[in-house]
Design a protein around this ligand. Structure first.
Ligand code: GLC
Length: 573
């Protein structure tokens, strides 16, 4: 492995999420690839990025675009080769950038040789790698073993092909059988894979869906109220259970502690700050950081099929409470928190919390608050140019995402019309976070000469693209570049890393006001989430302005008049 020199300690890094399928296609087949990423590393370096999380690019039938892995040791040919992977790492390292890869360890593809063997020969070793259970005989026939719902709408059980009454567990799509972490030899398989990549020089992992590694092995029915189809999503049965900590403890002891690496778990399932500290505390934690989902959906859009557009707006107080809760309850015991607005599983940040009518102002506000927060910020590819949600009008337009596809089937079965479903998916679907990156205004947004899995957003032709924004001094892209540079300056970073964070005017319904205090100096951020003019009383004395998305201020008698999405980062005393 070559010497690695990073631009900053990981606690001060600026992260970027790449969905490889949609980032840049170097060979014109309509699929983004590793050579494409290599070609764009200079762009990311110039932007100031020094930590990249790349979503999975290993061999896969692509039911869930790579989260269904069929061989952990091979790059999928549509993304390139193992040599490309090494070349990508080498180039990133030469630029001082860390690369963490997405390690999918809760499930494999049903086309993984382990699963195929398990099905073929129920007495094989591989059969112990999965959860197989007999169904229940009812008057309707053979039904799944229990009432658990998967995260992708359907039953969490699917009948083994060719079997009359045996089912396997899948918490995600039916092509993604869950692996059985309670079986020690299975765990060893995953430890081997991790060692392989750490030896190769990857800088760490984003650990996919770790919350779900432990299950209620009694497989009893959930007692929560069930939906019209008799199923219920019950995280208490399969999220953040005691076993998960044991498995990850073993992972740390046998693998992670032997390497200098960064691990960030995806800790869904409603994990609490207290539970997450067991994973990430700096004394004897198991991994470095854990993404939680609490700040990603504070706008009423989640499961909003029955809500009107007017009911979807940013709940600023809820957002503040969530940031504050995670800070207050974990800060003194962790190295850092990962901060993000949205990732490849969500709508676009700009559409979620900003407003496309105020694209520049609102995205600059979201960039400012993200970068001037406590912790390690991650932006999703394309946030730096203000990419926004799709405007599709047919449910089928969302089928490149299996969870949306399943949701369409479910919603149709509940009687919703196609136009209603499409309208809802425009504001909630994961497709939004997986659109082709908008490099220029040519066809397919310059992502590829061919159309990708998802159609490029037409706004690429209206200036929302890298090339046009590079030329515009007032663009979101240039603002982001400046914001990253300013964040990194020691005089600002020391506040973000060591200052004490608190809210200023918690009850203001439209403004997220907060500050970091260090040795009696304060770095203050005042961010309006409203498209209307709003007022913010401020009784400290503003001194240096660090970053601002308007050219001037209106501050009279201790009151800021804030224009739509205005955001000021400043020092004050
Ligand atoms: C995680 C990933 C998501 C994927 C799921 C199953 O939540 O972020 O994209 O579908 O795990 O692997």
């Amino acid at each position: 492995m070559n010497e690695r020199h990073f631009l900053s300690p990981w606690q001060e890094a600026t992260g970027y999420i790449i969905y490889p399928d949609a980032f840049y296609d170097s060979n014109g087949d309509g699929v983004g690839d590793l050579q494409g990423i290599i070609q764009k590393l200079d762009y990311l370096h110039d932007l100031g990025i020094d930590l990249i999380w790349i979503c999975p690019f290993f061999a896969s039938p692509m039911d869930d675009n790579g989260y269904d892995v069929s061989s952990y040791y091979d790059v999928d040919p549509r993304f390139g080769s193992n040599e490309d992977f090494q070349a990508m790492l080498d180039k990133a390292h030469s630029l001082g950038i860390r690369i963490i890869i997405d390690f999918v360890l809760n499930h494999t593809s049903d086309e993984h040789p382990w699963f195929k063997k398990a099905i073929e020969d129920p007495s094989s070793e591989e059969a112990s790698y999965y959860y197989f259970l007999k169904g229940r005989r009812t008057e309707k026939g053979i039904e799944p073993p229990n009432n658990w719902r998967s995260y992708f709408s359907e039953s969490a059980w699917n009948k083994v092909p060719g079997s009359e009454d045996t089912f396997y567990l899948h918490l995600f799509s039916k092509k993604m059988p869950d692996v059985n972490w309670s079986y020690p030899p299975l765990r060893e398989k995953y430890f081997e894979i991790a060692r392989h990549y750490l030896d190769m020089g990857v800088d760490g992992f984003r650990l996919d869906a770790i919350s779900h590694l432990g299950k209620d092995l009694s497989f009893s029915d959930s007692s929560l109220p069930v939906g019209p189809d008799g199923l219920v999503l019950d995280p208490s049965k399969y999220a953040n259970r005691e076993d998960m900590y044991q498995y990850l403890g073993e992972f740390k002891e046998k693998v992670l502690s032997h390497y200098d690496c960064l691990t960030i778990g995806e800790a869904g399932g409603g994990i609490s700050p207290k539970q997450s500290l067991r994973l990430t505390n700096k004394y004897n934690g198991l991994i470095n950081m854990a993404f939680n989902f609490d700040t990603a959906w504070c706008n009423g859009a989640f499961a909003s099929i029955d809500r009107k557009d007017e009911e979807i707006y940013t709940r600023v107080i809820e957002l503040k409470d969530n940031f504050k809760k995670w800070y207050d309850e974990t800060r003194k015991d962790v190295e850092a928190l990962p901060i993000y607005w949205t990732d490849h599983d969500h709508p676009r940040a700009l559409s979620q919390y900003g407003n496309v009518e105020y694209r520049k102002q609102s995205m600059k506000m979201l960039i400012s608050t993200l970068l001037f927060s406590y912790g390690v910020p991650f932006m999703l590819y394309g946030d730096e140019i203000g990419m926004s949600n799709v405007q599709f009008d047919k449910p089928e337009d969302f089928y490149a995402d299996i969870s949306s596809k399943n949701e369409v089937a479910y919603l149709r079965s509940q009687g919703y019309s196609d136009s209603h479903i499409a309208h809802y998916l425009c504001r909630t679907s994961r497709i939004n976070g997986r659109q082709p990156m908008q490099w220029n205004s040519s066809d397919n947004a310059g992502f590829s000469i061919k159309e990708g899995r998802v159609k490029a957003n037409p706004n690429a032709k209206e200036g929302v693209n890298v090339l046009d924004e590079e030329k515009d001094p007032d663009s979101i892209l240039n603002f982001t570049k400046l914001a990253i540079k300013l964040r990194k300056r020691e005089e600002n970073m020391r506040f973000l890393r060591y200052g004490h964070y608190d809210l200023y005017d918690h009850n203001h319904p439209d403004v997220y006001g907060y500050f970091f205090e260090l040795n009696e100096e304060k770095l203050v951020v005042i961010a309006s989430f409203s498209k209307h003019t709003t007022y913010f009383s401020f009784h400290w004395r503003p001194t240096d302005v660090i970053l601002h998305n308007y050219d001037d201020f209106i501050y009279i008698d201790h009151v800021f008049t804030l224009r739509p999405f205005e955001c000021i980062v400043m020092k004050a005393y």
